[in-house]
Design a protein around this ligand. Structure first.
Ligand SMILES: Nc1ncnc2c1ncn2[C@@H]1O[C@H](COP(=O)(O)OP(=O)(O)OP(=O)(O)O)[C@@H](O)[C@H]1O
Length: 438
């Protein structure tokens, strides 16, 4: 490093780590050389876990890394690649990635990926919902379980009474859908449905609510996740609601946790909570109402068939059993994403079989079921469909690592030694396999 570089290095390092975008750079061999703080936050990984990865290791893993690899191989940039997945900490993340090849005097010396975390931005909206698609009504909600039937019955009552409603439930349980269904149940109907999404740090939009919602007629305002607003913004929202006058407006809010706890730990303003509690509706997580899983799948596949002409119609009994055992931390949204993933890879199949489940899901199941992949799964048999090579290699890696770990009584150092890799490398692979990305 020359003197100028030495002088500039701390500045570069500072800038890279303070950047609001994830930055991941690899050299020409695919080895990670930059992995900034934002990228760590997005992926839930640590620098040590990625720093000594080689191009071959990168090959087997997630989409984003293969984008880096592709760009490294082709020398052509890839822009605006969007992905949504649950990261290692179980958070749903949506990123938009730009990946660039880096040349020095005509020689390709590496590639850089810039990832924008748009999870919050995507939700930062104040807009009339679904202007151009069918309005959502209670009829479209899957409510087979007694718990969901009770939710719908109370929501219908709330719409009749036209009183403020508080929806309480984990992410992905359908709060948005219920809010919109309440709006569409109102008689006489309200002109506009506005969704005020509070998932963003910058909630200055609350300051302009008066102007934004200045409509002649009655409207519905759905304040999604008010518990994510700062107390100062909650006070502003409360002041707006109190002053909004017209009795015909329908106000709905949602929170992601138990209100008593949120108030106790200072995350939710008591007055704002009381404003909405004429009807407090708790939407149970999917793991507490598993009767809704299969009807959702049937309805999803039927609507996909209608819209895209796909051939999928149902799921195999063993897959059904797995789905009923799984806890679905991302609730209906996670199930929907999983089905999207399966359906987008399906061709002529009419039934979702175990082999069609993405690896990350199967690994979670294997952990849960004590029913891991078997050596038999890797033998080519005439009566069994062949897997795509990429899938086969991923499965084989998962199997091999699990067996190697077992052989060495889960001792990372010994297993890594036996496999001829570093501890970090092995840990990284194991974590990736366990938490796999969709
Ligand atoms: N009962 C249901 N019937 C049909 N689809 C559902 C149901 N519940 C959820 N979904 C689907 O699951 C996805 C997530 O639902 P929704 O956005 O309403 O969840 P949410 O609780 O508002 O999540 P968040 O708190 O993250 O905003 C949507 O695509 C929705 O269509």
């Amino acid at each position: 490093m020359n003197t100028i570089d030495q002088f500039l290095f701390p500045l570069y390092e500072f800038a890279v780590n303070r950047a609001g975008v994830g930055i991941h750079a690899v050299n020409h061999t695919g080895r990670t050389v930059i992995y900034n703080d934002k990228m760590k936050a997005i992926e839930g990984l640590e620098l040590e876990e990625v720093i000594d990865r080689s191009i071959l290791e990168l090959f087997n893993f997630n989409q984003e890394e293969s984008t880096l690899l592709k760009v490294l191989q082709s020398g052509i940039e890839q822009l605006n690649v969007k992905q949504t997945y649950w990261n290692r900490k179980g958070n749903e993340i949506t990123t938009v990635n730009d990946t660039y090849p880096i040349f020095h005097e005509d020689t390709l010396i590496g590639a850089v990926e810039i990832a924008r975390d748009v999870t919050a931005l995507e939700k930062f909206i104040l807009h009339p919902l679904r202007k151009n698609s069918d309005p959502v009504t209670f009829n479209q909600l899957i409510a087979t379980s007694d718990e969901m039937k009770a939710v719908v019955a109370t929501a219908v009552k709330a719409a009749k009474a036209r009183l403020p409603v508080l929806l309480i439930g984990e992410s992905g349980t359908g709060k948005d859908l219920i809010a919109e269904s309440i709006h569409n149940e109102l008689t006489p109907s309200n002109g506009s449905f506005y969704m005020l999404s509070c998932h963003h740090y910058d909630n200055s939009f609350i300051d302009t609510l008066h102007e934004d919602l200045n409509s002649d007629g009655a409207f519905t305002l759905f304040c999604d996740r008010i518990d994510l607003l700062s107390i100062q913004h909650q006070q502003k929202l409360y002041a707006f609601l109190k002053s909004s006058g017209q009795a015909d407006h329908q106000f709905i809010a949602s929170i992601g946790d138990d209100p008593v706890e949120l108030i106790a730990n200072g995350t939710l303003m008591k007055d704002l909570y009381y404003f909405f509690t004429s009807f407090a509706i708790r939407i149970p997580p999917l793991r507490k109402r598993k009767e809704d899983i299969l009807p959702f799948i049937t309805s999803y596949l039927a609507s996909r068939k209608k819209r895209f002409g796909t051939s999928l119609e149902g799921i195999a009994p063993d897959v059904e059993e797995l789905f009923l055992q799984y806890d679905w931390p991302g609730n209906m949204r996670e199930l929907e994403f999983l089905l999207n993933e399966i359906a987008s890879l399906a061709s002529t199949e009419s039934i979702i079989t175990y082999g069609m489940l993405p690896l990350h899901f199967r690994l979670k199941m294997d952990g849960m079921n004590d029913n891991p992949l078997q050596a038999m799964d890797f033998i080519v048999q005439p009566q069994k469909d062949l897997l795509p090579l990429d899938q086969y290699l991923k499965d084989a890696e998962a199997y091999y690592l699990q067996k190697a770990m077992k052989l060495h009584e889960d001792n990372i150092t010994k297993t890594a030694q036996a496999l001829g890799m570093s501890r970090q490398n092995l840990q990284y692979r194991l974590r990736k396999l366990k938490n796999g990305r969709g």
